[in-house]
Design a binder for this molecule. Structure first.
Ligand code: UDX
Length: 438
């Protein structure tokens, strides 16, 4: 099947390469010539496990091409819109200018019966507005909203074998039927494997995406709120999470208390959802998401406060090894990263921060050149007065406390992700501080 993907950022690049891997003929379109150049040579512009392999395979097979010219999308039966919807400057609302530009660019190249399939995360109501524009264009094309739930670090797997598919379709009509058939053809492999499919209207499809992310964010902030209570009562939030997580209705996943959530999705999406609900006169319905956001941001400061305490209130000139910069492991993404934020705040207090990360140093250096970065974790640890672990990469989580102890000046560690074996580290003579743990 011929597919175009408009926007080759995280979502679009992974989607394009994954669709080619599934056997479709794909053209990826992006306005950034550097990105298109890299992708055309089979190089991923960001770190994502498994992506380089399928990019190279797709490009070599001739099934995967990239272009800066949106006219090259012509001839595809399905056009996925996968451009970014960042937070608008000075506001919580989503900035839809890239979505609108993608539709503007696409309209002259649409043919009768083509399907435009929206993937970007948008405020509810956007699809209906775009559908009207497409209907008004007289092209005979139609719109579906087909949200994406990929996690960074598992993006290829999540795209090729999703845990569910959602089609937001126009009201029952021939167009809706054709849209459904086209999407079924795109996702034939996943559907044949029994992937659950929810077929619904535009508004529900748009809301599925934001409400899923709002739920996940709420779950994380819930456990972080319990961590705050644990901190004043001497309870242990990790044991609490284990115990409530055994209840199948609750589940242990996303009950990891620590420095909180970041990345390009959860923080932005809950804010945009709040803004949209307010526009709709239902701000009170999701007012709790402001609390979710506030709890989340407090946890970063909690890591900083613990660090200052561990340095006897005197961070100035102290050497602090910050382990992790990416917003989560298996990613080089530093968007809204709690780890990078902690490093910057400690530096702001006068500490001599030496930060490391297996993948995210280049991105971090670009935004925060004032920090000292080292590639090797042992260089970060060398002479440190304090170790602060903020991204739970395997190499940090499984680090031998004796290895670390041989390098630092003082054996004090703050485990901002509650991922170290506290008993083992203490047994090795370390002063260990977790979050929400005695
Ligand atoms: C998220 C959603 O999971 C995905 O479905 C959606 O499509 C995009 O947004 P992603 O941003 O890649 O994906 O990361 P995710 O794995 O959800 O983690 C988000 C953040 O939450 C990370 O900063 C992570 O460290 C944090 N987190 C996660 C916790 O603090 N505790 C947890 O228990 C789980």
């Amino acid at each position: 099947m011929k597919i175009s993907v408009i926007g080759c950022g995280y979502l679009g690049a992974v989607h394009a390469a994954s669709m080619a891997e599934l056997g479709h003929e794909v053209i990826g379109i992006d306005v950034d010539p550097a990105k298109v150049g890299a992708l055309s040579e089979g190089r991923a512009p960001f770190f994502e496990p498994g992506l380089p392999e399928i990019l190279v395979a797709g490009v070599q097979s001739g099934r995967l091409r990239f272009s800066t010219d949106i006219a090259d999308a012509a001839g595809a039966a399905v056009h996925f819109v996968a451009v970014g919807t960042p937070q608008r400057a000075g506001s919580y609302a989503a900035d839809l200018r890239f979505v609108d530009a993608a539709i503007d660019g696409l309209l002259p190249h649409l043919a009768d019966g083509d399907l435009v399939a929206g993937k970007s995360t948008v405020p509810v109501g956007t699809a209906a507005r775009i559908a009207e524009r497409i209907a008004g264009s007289g092209t005979g094309a139609m719109l579906a909203w087909n949200p994406e739930f990929l996690r960074e670090g598992f993006a290829v797997k999540d795209t090729i074998t999703p845990d569910r598919l959602v089609y937001g379709l126009p009201p029952e009509s021939e167009a809706a039927e054709r849209a459904r058939e086209l999407l079924d053809e795109v996702y034939a492999t996943a559907l044949a494997a029994g992937t659950p499919l929810v077929t619904t209207d535009y508004a529900t499809a748009e809301l599925v995406k934001v409400s899923a992310n709002a739920f996940l964010a709420t779950k994380i902030s819930f456990i972080n709120a319990m961590a705050e209570i644990a901190e004043v009562t001497g309870a242990d939030v990790t044991q609490l999470a284990d115990a409530i997580g055994f209840d199948a209705r609750i589940g242990r996943r996303f009950l990891g208390a620590g420095a909180g959530f970041g990345g390009g999705c959860l923080p932005k999406d809950i804010r945009a959802f709040t803004a949209r609900a307010e526009e709709l006169g239902r701000g009170e319905s999701v007012a709790f998401l402001k609390e979710v956001d506030a709890i989340n941001l407090r946890r970063r400061q909690r890591v900083v406060d613990l660090a200052v305490e561990a340095l006897d209130g005197q961070p100035y000139g102290k050497r602090v090894a910050v382990l992790g910069l990416a917003f989560k492991p298996f990613s080089d993404d530093i968007r809204d990263s709690p780890a990078l934020d902690v490093a910057v705040r400690l530096k702001g207090l006068g500490a001599e921060v030496v930060a490391t990360d297996p993948e995210a140093i280049a991105n971090s250096r670009r935004i925060h050149p004032q920090l000292d970065y080292v590639e090797d974790v042992s260089d970060a640890l060398e002479g440190a007065d304090l170790v602060v672990l903020v991204t739970e990469w395997n190499e940090y989580r499984h680090m031998d406390p004796a290895f670390a102890g041989a390098r630092v000046k003082r054996k004090v560690v703050i485990d901002g992700r509650n991922c170290l074996d506290a008993v083992g580290w203490r047994a090795d003579g370390w002063e260990y501080h977790g979050l929400g743990r005695p």
